[in-house]
Design a binder for this molecule. Structure first.
Ligand code: PA5
Length: 451
């Protein structure tokens, strides 16, 4: 199981940290919202017990393994979790391995951003005849996703390949354009439950179908999330990592620390910080409270990579504004190890001789943690015993649950995203979509441009 070390969130380990009395004061409201959340059973919990989902994945297992490559077409909540899974659980060179070296599983590519240089280079790398495209959009109307869908469908048709044999949709069970096309053109379509928000959907068909295609243990992912859930619903904050994370982030926010830095000391887990960034930003950044007052709530997530960002960000974290908490992600046991040989005996280098790289990495983390504490900057540590599907599943659940609790403490709705929708609608209008011509939005009345 994941472990959590909150020591450096607390006084006296860190000056102006939180203390036992702060937690005691928050305990009644925390127990209440934990209980409430458990009773409501959010859809990201319900999905873990969805037998139909597991059956529909199994139905596709054999067919999908006929292909060589999978291209996931989606953006935001429709791709970030899958990207985090792929980079955490597959080696960096996965796409360069032969199919036999990949154990028969598929290479994976993502078409998220509509950057023509990027899209074209992905299309250069795949052979349409041996590629399956997973088009993921809950709404079925997101411009980036629909643009890429049309591009690949056009290419399939030019090559005389049947779209229904190369495309799988993942979308709302009833509504939206993709569902309509699926029914009309007999394209396989997996369901995203209507009440499940994109950023909470990694353990639905959104993340599990691609995970299965690249050989990730889907059951272990779900089991990890279920086991973490059992801890998330414990009422005593001292025994519930999710309630304690909520308390720490919330209490430090009251002290003006509104920035949440997530800093994995692992390249494989760096993309997990992208997933977290969306979850935290989109769920908690809200203009209105549940009762309609303007509150401009939110905590700003930042991602950093240990140790690389020690040489880029740490100066700011240590000596800049005291407006952050740092969440380190530590890996206890890496899959591989590299030994530093003893070549020179000069004292500037000899201390590294015969040490493992993992030991250097671990001590860099501890050094950073302590330097922050020295400057009165709070941090916590999430410890992965090793990087595997079970631990990843837990991580997703702990943060989805924590985000829900934070939403309740901040009295905002963590499950909507009107700010994102507004951006989408203005894009429709600018791109000339019918029905959006009359949309009003600000244009600069005075241009300030330097060429
Ligand atoms: O979390 C969210 O709801 C959003 O980030 C969506 O996932 C994103 O905008 C993509 O939407 P859709 O899945 O409808 O294409």
């Amino acid at each position: 199981m994941l472990k959590f070390d909150f020591s450096f969130m607390f006084e006296p380990n860190v000056k102006d940290g939180i203390n036992e009395e702060d937690i005691a004061r928050l305990q009644p409201v925390l127990s209440q919202i934990v209980e409430e959340t458990a009773r409501e059973k959010p859809s990201f919990v319900k999905i873990l017990f969805d037998r139909n989902l597991m059956e529909s994945l199994e139905d596709l297992r054999e067919w999908i393994l006929n292909f060589d490559s999978l291209v996931v077409i989606g953006i935001g909540g429709s791709s970030l979790g899958t990207a985090a899974l792929a980079s955490a659980l597959k080696p960096f060179d996965w796409n360069y391995l032969s199919k036999a070296e990949r154990g028969g599983y598929l290479r994976i590519f993502f078409l998220e951003n509509v950057d023509p240089d990027y899209t074209a280079s992905v299309l250069d790398r795949i052979d349409l005849r041996t590629t399956v495209f997973n088009v993921v959009s809950k709404s079925g109307s997101t411009a980036e996703c629909l643009a890429h869908y049309q591009i690949i469908r056009g290419l399939l048709e030019i090559k005389g390949l049947k779209p229904s044999e190369h495309i799988v949709f993942t979308t709302d069970p009833k509504k939206g354009l993709l569902r309509k096309i699926a029914e009309r053109d007999k394209i396989v379509a997996l369901d995203i439950p209507p009440e499940l928000g994109g950023r909470f959907s990694v353990l639905s068909a959104v993340g599990l179908f691609p995970a299965m295609a690249i050989g990730i243990d889907v059951k272990a992912l779900v089991d990890g999330a279920k086991d973490a859930y059992m801890k998330c619903v414990v009422l005593d904050v001292w025994k519930n990592p999710s309630a304690m994370m909520t308390a720490c982030y919330y209490l430090h926010k009251l002290k003006g620390r509104r920035i949440t830095v997530m800093m994995p000391y692992s390249n494989r887990l760096y993309t997990l910080a992208d997933w977290f960034r969306q979850l935290w930003a989109e769920s908690l950044g809200k203009k209105y409270s549940l009762t309609g007052e303007i509150v401009y709530e939110g905590l700003t997530p930042i991602k950093a990579l240990g140790v690389v960002d020690q040489h880029s960000q740490l100066q700011l974290y240590n000596e800049g504004p005291d407006d952050k908490t740092i969440t380190f992600i530590e890996v206890e046991k890496f899959d591989r190890e590299v030994l530093i040989p003893s070549i020179h005996q000069d004292e500037e280098i000899a201390y590294l001789n015969d040490k493992k790289l993992s030991e250097l990495l671990k001590n860099e983390l501890l050094g950073t943690e302590r330097s922050l504490a020295f400057n009165g900057r709070p941090s916590m540590r999430i410890i992965f015993p090793s990087i595997n599907a079970y631990e990843l599943g837990q991580f997703f659940m702990y943060y989805e649950f924590t985000t829900t609790l934070m939403g309740k403490l901040l009295k905002i709705d963590p499950f909507d995203q009107p700010g994102v929708e507004l951006g989408k609608q203005i894009t429709y209008s600018l791109m000339g979509r019918k029905g959006f011509e009359e949309m009003k939005f600000p244009e600069p009345t005075k241009k300030v441009v330097i060429e």
